[in-house]
Design a binder for this molecule. Structure first.
Ligand code: ADP
Ligand code: MG
Length: 234
């Protein structure tokens, strides 16, 4: 579904990704792990075309290099970015609706809104609440919900659990599994290696803009050396 070969990206002269190769199959949940500054967010930004990059970037057989950021959603790639980037002074419902701004299929949009509320029941009670007054975990739910309102085939999630209380974090990981079980492929950057290994099919570990390790989550989870050196786990 997503095929990346030798992808490089930089901020000015500072290289952030160096010849990364990675793929995501339909319906797969792939985790991108690695320490702060490894290049995880840069990778997701390159895929959603919010940052320019060099190399091969193909989605469903089509090169993304000539696709503008605003057209990526229309192809079915929805990015839930680092830091959520919500409209804090707007309501929950308005933020969710904004995720569907490119869609004309009103009934399908209404159905998707319903599915977001089923996924995160707390949001259905908070539809008219101003987003800035929600907890961090609830805001993350809105951010994921908004990305779902774009109707993704591939959902890009950037550290969905960062800075969130444990209970809400578990709810968010459970929701991510549900999204995947509906057939949406997911590429998720995450620093919580333990939780990510539990739900992912495959994993890429980034270090200094390179792929340091890759494999099936269940294999990496059982490899003591990889757990210790690459995942920071005992
Ligand atoms: N807007 C930016 N301007 C300059 N450098 C950046 C910017 N964003 C990230 N970087 C640098 O690019 C590298 C990769 O960052 P990032 O992709 O955000 O890592 P991660 O998401 O894994 O923490 C880091 O060295 C970081 O300092
Ligand atoms: Mg990041």
């Amino acid at each position: 579904m997503l095929d990346i070969q030798n992808l490089s990206a930089a901020y000015g002269k500072a290289t952030a990704l160096e010849n990364i190769s990675l793929n995501v199959m339909p319906g797969e949940l792939v985790a991108v792990l690695g320490p702060n500054g490894a290049g995880k967010s840069t990778l997701l930004k390159a895929i959603s075309r919010s940052l320019s990059s060099q190399g091969t970037l193909t989605f469903e057989g089509r090169s993304l290099h000539n696709v503008a950021t605003e057209n990526v959603v229309g192809l079915g790639i929805c990015h839930c970015p680092e830091g959520r980037r919500l409209f804090p002074e707007l309501t929950v419902a308005k933020n969710l609706q904004l995720g569907a701004y490119l869609r004309n299929d009103k009934q399908a949009v209404a159905d998707d809104m319903q599915r977001v509320f089923e996924l995160f029941p707390i949001l259905s009670e908070r539809g008219s609440q101003i987003v800035s007054t929600l907890s961090g975990g609830q805001q993350q739910m809105v951010a994921i919900g908004r990305a779902l309102m774009g109707g993704p085939k591939l959902l890009l999630l950037d550290e969905p659990s960062v800075g969130i209380a444990h209970r809400l974090k578990m709810e968010i990981f459970a929701a991510i599994q549900q999204i995947r079980s509906r057939g949406v492929a997911i590429l998720m950057a995450e620093q919580d290696a333990q939780s990510a290994l539990h739900i992912a099919d495959r994993v890429y570990v980034l270090e200094h803009g390179n792929v340091a390790q890759t494999g099936f989550a269940k294999d990496l989870a059982q490899d003591d050396r990889i757990r210790r050196i690459y995942l920071g786990l005992d």
